[in-house]
Design a protein around this ligand. Structure first.
Ligand code: CBF
Length: 813
């Protein structure tokens, strides 16, 4: 947009006065931030109104991306960059004696997600807007995002993430678009002429109120919508009679029982604790979202039969799978279609992404619970199941009871949401080539056999503009000065950087930028953790959820091994190394929390040992989220992507690190395989078991962790240190980790992969000694990372799954 510094200053001063009734020099950073947000929102508002009216009047097909999680992080910097006014605003503020960084710092991360899946959803929204796809997000406005992680005495301790405490400047509450979501009750049937009608009676009604956030595209006038739903009591009142009698708590009981639905984001792996509430959440946003799609659709006046021509609905993992029976319910009970018509529309509209093969994340609901909470929805699921079974027998000639039970939606008193999602959608995609092959040939083979045309791969992608423009301005400038700014819209042109691989002065610049980022991070680590690290050391990072399959314990066991080597020979000639960890564990995942404690314990021993001459440091940075990632990733030399082959569906952290010039230390898992193909084997460090070997071990049962332990003195020494009192903790502290590795036979093959991991780390140390060789590898990674932009991923979803066209918008601000 066009804006001069003078215009900005004038608008800003006026905005500050109207929103704070104070002089600018008397305002707090929060007030300054909020005033700026209001202004930016107004600029965006014009584009937003234009986008929505164009979609409506030109009757374009729209895609609705349903996700329990949207990890959007902060908006301000992105919005300023996307409007093309970042520098104007920065200079304007400076002339008012305000540092833009102080304002940006105030914004709180919108952390409504656990990790990869939620961040992916946020990146997809950004990409849809930026490549002009008419597409919106639908989710839950949790009052508390994922918990805030603090480390106390080395342990993870969880605190509430009260992200709304200072209000959220970006959202609009749309009271007039509220809808009713119905729970419990029972279904009555009656004949209406020829038609059997179903009616839910005596239900509990909850008001779903949408809060809309504009999702701005990059310099293209498009603003799509992220609609997050909040639960409210129908009339938003309390029981006055009860209150007058002095029963204060019970007077508010109903209000609270409703509002609790959107109080909290469930941490991964903790689903057991609040199953009923989680199920309520899932139906809540799905029902509200689909009702609101109908309301919007009906304004187009094109007739309900054409619904699938104008609407695509994507379910991000199985959490929104109830979209299938909910859409059926509306088409059958409200629009009075036949089952066949409704089913055709539903399966044409819905598509599903599978994000994991981990059994713990494959959702199943007890049938009795579903029936109580959602009686009509359960009837529809049962009918889907009945018709599906009929097809299996009559169309696909499957009669073997074991085969049939492997495919049922309802089995053993449980409802399998993945099966419902597969049966009720026209497309099922995995998130990396390898993952999709595993789905097709192993985990979901029974379905692939009957629906091969439904399965496809869509490798994940990242918000490349965030990870470069916002997170790494130094690198962004160097790239822009060298090959121009085309990469912002078309990141594949980053490949042009390969021409500079032998240009020493370019490699020096690259090294210098990385070094500056490392200096910045070293300062951050010193300020926050009080640990001094050497910015000339190799910065080796593992930042992701803490989970045994991601193998942070493989990393820390190797650190313990390096430490032993240095203790034996303090003059050992190795480049100094800083191992940085970050990530949250699910609160109920005991072993993962022990891994955090282990990292911190080892860190406290190593960081305080002067005898090793600062050659080794271990840092755990608490409360990993988008903002922390944006500080860390630009400073990384080595990106640890070391999951047990087959377990990480894709990964996206791997792509972010690569884009910022880190060299990946990887197993051949998830999207690491595609990273290797893009960058070439000489620019990635590989190690470890391959997928086939992992499956082979699982299937033939020949793995013997004790045998490896007994035959590898280096490994044995560090595992023994977990339990022999060497570490300054009670002797039994780390027994659960040691038990998982030995007594329970090392489900994730830490022991088996230890030696090849150690050798890979040795190779890294060797290569790093040669500054130019290392910088060349780093350059190759940056140059080849463009392929992993979410812009391209969304392009593929739009053409081959959603069949949604781009809508270019012409509008002058
Ligand atoms: O597809 C996005 C990401 O999703 C997960 O985080 C998930 O929650 N299932 C996977 O673990 C990642 O591999 C994947 O990149």
């Amino acid at each position: 947009m066009k804006l001069t510094i003078a215009e900005f200053k004038q608008d800003y001063i006026a905005q500050i006065k109207s929103s704070t009734a104070r002089q600018i020099n008397e305002t707090t950073a929060l007030e300054r931030y909020t005033a700026l947000g209001e202004m930016v929102k107004e600029y965006i508002g014009n584009l937003w109104a234009n986008t929505n009216s164009t979609y409506r009047t030109e009757q374009v097909k729209q895609i609705y991306y349903f996700s329990m999680e949207f990890l959007t992080g902060k908006f301000m910097e992105n919005n300023l960059n996307y409007l093309g006014i970042y520098e104007i605003v920065k200079d304007g503020l400076r002339s008012l004696d305000i540092d833009i960084d102080d304002i940006l710092e105030v914004e709180v991360d919108q952390g409504l997600g656990n990790g990869g899946l939620g961040r992916l959803a946020a990146g997809f929204l950004d990409a849809m807007s930026s490549i002009s796809i008419p597409g919106h997000g639908c989710g839950i406005r949790y009052k508390n995002g994922l918990f805030e992680q603090r480390i106390i005495d080395g342990y993870q301790v969880e605190f509430p993430d009260r992200w709304l405490v200072n209000n959220n400047v970006w959202e609009y509450k749309r009271n007039n678009k509220a809808v009713i979501v119905k729970y419990n009750g029972h279904v009555e049937t009656h004949m209406d002429g020829e038609r059997l009608k179903f009616e839910l009676v005596n239900y509990d009604a909850v008001r779903a109120v949408p809060y809309d956030t504009p999702i701005l595209g990059f310099e293209n006038n498009t603003v799509n919508t992220l609609r997050l739903w909040s639960a409210e009591e129908i009339d938003d009142i309390f029981d006055f009679e009860n209150f007058s009698k002095g029963n204060y708590l019970s007077a508010f009981e109903k209000k609270h029982s409703v509002e609790i639905i959107t109080q909290i984001l469930y941490p991964n792996d903790a689903y057991d604790e609040g199953k009923l509430l989680r199920l309520k959440q899932e139906y809540f946003f799905v029902s509200a979202g689909i009702q609101s799609i109908f309301n919007t659709y009906k304004k187009m006046n094109v007739g309900i039969n054409r619904f699938a021509e104008f609407v695509a609905i994507h379910i991000n993992d199985t959490h929104p799978a109830l979209a299938i029976p909910e859409l059926m319910r509306i088409l059958l009970d409200e629009e009075e279609m036949t089952w066949e018509e409704a089913w055709k529309i539903t399966t044409q509209c819905i598509s599903y992404t599978n994000h994991t093969i981990m059994a713990e994340a494959l959702e199943k609901w007890p049938l009795y619970m579903l029936r109580d909470l959602l009686p009509r929805i359960t009837m529809i699921i049962e009918e889907i199941e009945r018709r599906f079974t009929e097809d299996l027998i009559n169309v696909y000639h499957i009669t073997d009871p074991n085969h049939l039970s492997a495919m049922h939606i309802i089995y053993d008193g449980m409802v399998r949401m993945a099966h419902l999602s597969i049966i009720g959608s026209h497309s099922i995609n995995g998130v990396a080539k390898l993952h999709t092959e595993i789905l097709k040939n192993k985990e979901l083979k029974v379905f692939y056999d009957i629906y091969p045309e439904r399965f496809n791969n869509k490798t994940n992608g990242i918000m490349h503009r965030h990870w470069l423009l916002n997170a790494n301005p130094g690198l962004t400038k160097l790239i822009g000065d060298t090959i121009g700014d085309g990469f912002k819209k078309n990141p594949r042109v980053l490949r042009d950087l390969l021409k500079y691989r032998d240009d020493k002065s370019f490699l020096d610049d690259l090294f210098e930028i990385k070094h500056q980022n490392k200096e910045n991070l070293a300062k951050y680590i010193k300020d926050k953790q009080g640990i001094v690290v050497d910015p000339y050391a190799i910065f080796d990072m593992q930042a992701k959820r803490i989970h045994e399959y991601k193998r942070q314990h493989l990393n820390i066991l190797h650190v313990m091994h390096l430490y032993r080597q240095l203790k034996e020979n303090p003059n050992l000639d190795i480049p100094p190394r800083v191992f940085v960890f970050a990530g949250k564990s699910a609160p109920s995942y005991y072993v993962a929390k022990q891994i955090i404690k282990l990292i911190n314990t080892v860190g406290s021993v190593i960081n305080n040992d002067k005898s090793i001459k600062d050659k080794l440091k271990v840092v755990f940075l608490p409360n990993y989220g988008v903002s922390l990632a944006s500080h860390m990733i630009p400073a990384a030399d080595v990106s640890e992507q070391i999951s047990t082959a087959s377990k990480e569906a894709s990964g996206t952290g791997n792509m972010k690190f690569m884009m910022n010039g880190a060299v990946t230390l990887a197993t051949l898992d998830g999207a690491n395989v595609e990273i290797m193909n893009e960058v070439g084997e000489s620019n990635i460090i590989l190690f470890g078991l391959k997928v086939e070997e992992v499956y082979d071990y699982y299937q033939n049962g020949h793995y013997n962790a004790y045998e490896i332990y007994n035959n590898s003195p280096d490994l044995k020494a560090v595992i023994d240190e977990l339990v022999n009192g060497y570490l300054p903790v009670p002797k039994d502290e780390f027994i659960p980790i040691a038990d998982r590795l030995l007594r329970f036979n090392d489900e994730f093959f830490i022991l088996k992969d230890f030696e090849s991991y150690r050798l890979a780390q040795e190779r890294i140390a060797e290569i790093y000694r040669d500054k130019y060789q290392w910088s060349k590898m780093s350059l190759a990674n940056i140059a080849c990372s463009g392929a992993f932009s979410a812009d391209y991923t969304i392009e593929r979803y739009a053409t081959s799954i959603w069949n949604v066209q781009k809508k270019l918008l012409d509008f002058k601000l």
